[in-house]
Every structure is written in C-alpha cells, then in structure tokens.
Write a protein that binds this ligand. Structure first.
Ligand code: PEP
Length: 253
C-alpha cells in the first residue's frame, strides 16, 4: 500500500510573512491527519522561516531545485547540504518550468537526482508531455525518454526513494486538468516502465503523483485512480483551504 503524498509547489510566489502564515495555517489545520505525507515547497530563501512555522507538525518542506555540486564556486546555486542543514526532506527536480523556461536537460536532472539521493533527500522527479506531443500521440515516448534520462544510473535501492510526478505541461497552471482516465493511463504506463527497468515489487512501491491544475473540486476523482498516489499542486497550494481541500479528496481513495 503506497502512502499518499500531497505536495504544494509555491514556485516564485509569496513574501516572507505570507509564506510563514500559509505554512503555519496548513500545519495547524493538518494536525491529527494520519496516513498521508504533506509537504510544501516555498522559495528557498524562505525555507528557514517556514521551518520555524511548521515545527512539531506533520507538514514537511523542501526546495524547488538544487545544484548537483556539493559546494564551491557556483554563484547563485544551492546545494543539497544546505537544504539538509535547513531540515528539508524533499526536493522537486525537473519541473517543467525548469525544463522549458530554464532549459534544464534530462542529463542535468539526472545529476541532481543522484546528488539529492546521496544527501538522503527525497527527490520528486517531474515528467510530462507538451500539448503538441499529446496531440501527435507521442506522450508515451516522451515520458519514456524523460524517465530513461532523468532517472538513469539509479540502483533498485536508489529508485525506491524517488517520488515521480506526472505533470502534463499543458495542464500546469492552465486550469486544463487531465481527465482521471488520462492521468491513470500515464501512471500505469510509468509503472510498466519501472517494472521493465527494475521489477514489479519496486514499481508497485514507488509513489507517482499527478500534477496539473489540481484543486479541491477535482482532486477526489483524480486521487481515486488506483495508480495516482497523490498530487503535486501549484496554484491551489497557495491557499490553505484549497490545499487542505485537496488532501480531503483522499478520503474517497
Ligand atoms: C506545478 O507547479 O507543479 C503545478 C502542477 O501547477 P498547477 O497546480 O498550478 O497547475
């Protein structure tokens, strides 16, 4: 049985006090929740403030990116050691905005995944097709290539610590959510890819989140799909009510 995992990617939003207030509200209102992992991903500069706001709660936190080197002359970058120092448990890697706006390649994502695992951070590795890929029937091919590249050279032991987020690019921040059937189809395919690369037991144990315009009103039917193990949420994670409404959608699972 895979433990559901709902994560909020705050992207480059909020200011310090807004991040603290939102983290504190989610932490307070998630008291007593069991059987689910919850995490928020504030801008890195606010991680330390969020750490204070969620202390003693079930709400974990992480960063939206890292650099793969552990230290040195890499102006502007943040290392895994720095995140560990701030008590982070997770890091989002290969988000479509980093792939498509900042030009991050599968090879770079792979280096970051290996660095995160070496530091005992749990990477949430994002994959997903563009609208044109989907329209020409290339979804499976694109996902396969992203998995092969971003998750290259991972042992069975290492892959077991990875969370995958299926985030169709056309659904991120657009309000166009994948249908539960579309999400389930790709999640099932991802499990098949993992089975072929590792084995059934490993493939069945890995958590696969869906991301792309998830909100409280559409979460339950997405989360009800057998291979959808949670959600990576952007816009709707910026409001405590919406985020917790998505978590409530797990009750139908
Ligand atoms: C995301 O940023 O990963 C995301 C899925 O955004 P949104 O929920 O706003 O579509």
């Amino acid at each position: 049985m895979r433990r559901p995992f709902i994560a909020g990617n705050w992207k480059m939003n909020l200011n310090r006090s807004g991040a603290v207030a939102l983290a504190a509200a989610i932490a307070e209102r998630s008291k007593g929740l069991e059987g689910v992992d919850l995490a928020v991903f504030p801008p890195s500069i606010y991680l330390d403030a969020v750490r204070g706001a969620v202390a003693g709660s079930i709400l974990a936190y992480g960063a939206q990116n890292i650099y793969h080197q552990s230290n040195g002359a890499f102006t502007g970058e943040i290392s895994t050691a720095m995140l560990v120092d701030l008590g982070c448990r997770y890091v989002i890697l290969g988000h479509s905005e980093r792939r498509h706006i900042l030009g991050e390649t599968n090879e770079e994502v792979n280096k970051k995944v290996l660095a995160a695992l070496a530091a005992s951070l749990v990477p949430i590795v994002c994959v997903g097709e563009s609208l044109s890929d989907r329209e020409v029937g290339r979804t499976g091919q694109v996902i396969r290539k992203q998995v092969a590249g971003s998750l290259a050279n991972l042992s069975a032991e290492q892959i077991a610590h990875v969370v995958i987020a299926y985030e169709p690019v056309w659904a991120i921040g657009t309000g166009k959510v994948a249908t539960p059937q579309q999400a389930e189809e790709v999640h099932k395919d991802l499990r098949k890819i993992l089975t072929d690369r590792y084995n059934t037991a490993i493939a069945e144990a890995i958590r696969i989140q869906y991301g792309g315009s998830v909100k409280a009103s559409n979460a339950a039917e997405l989360l009800a799909q057998p291979n959808v193990d949670g959600a990576l949420v952007g816009g709707a994670s910026l409001k405590a009510d919406e985020f917790l409404g998505i978590v409530a959608g797990l009750n139908h699972k």
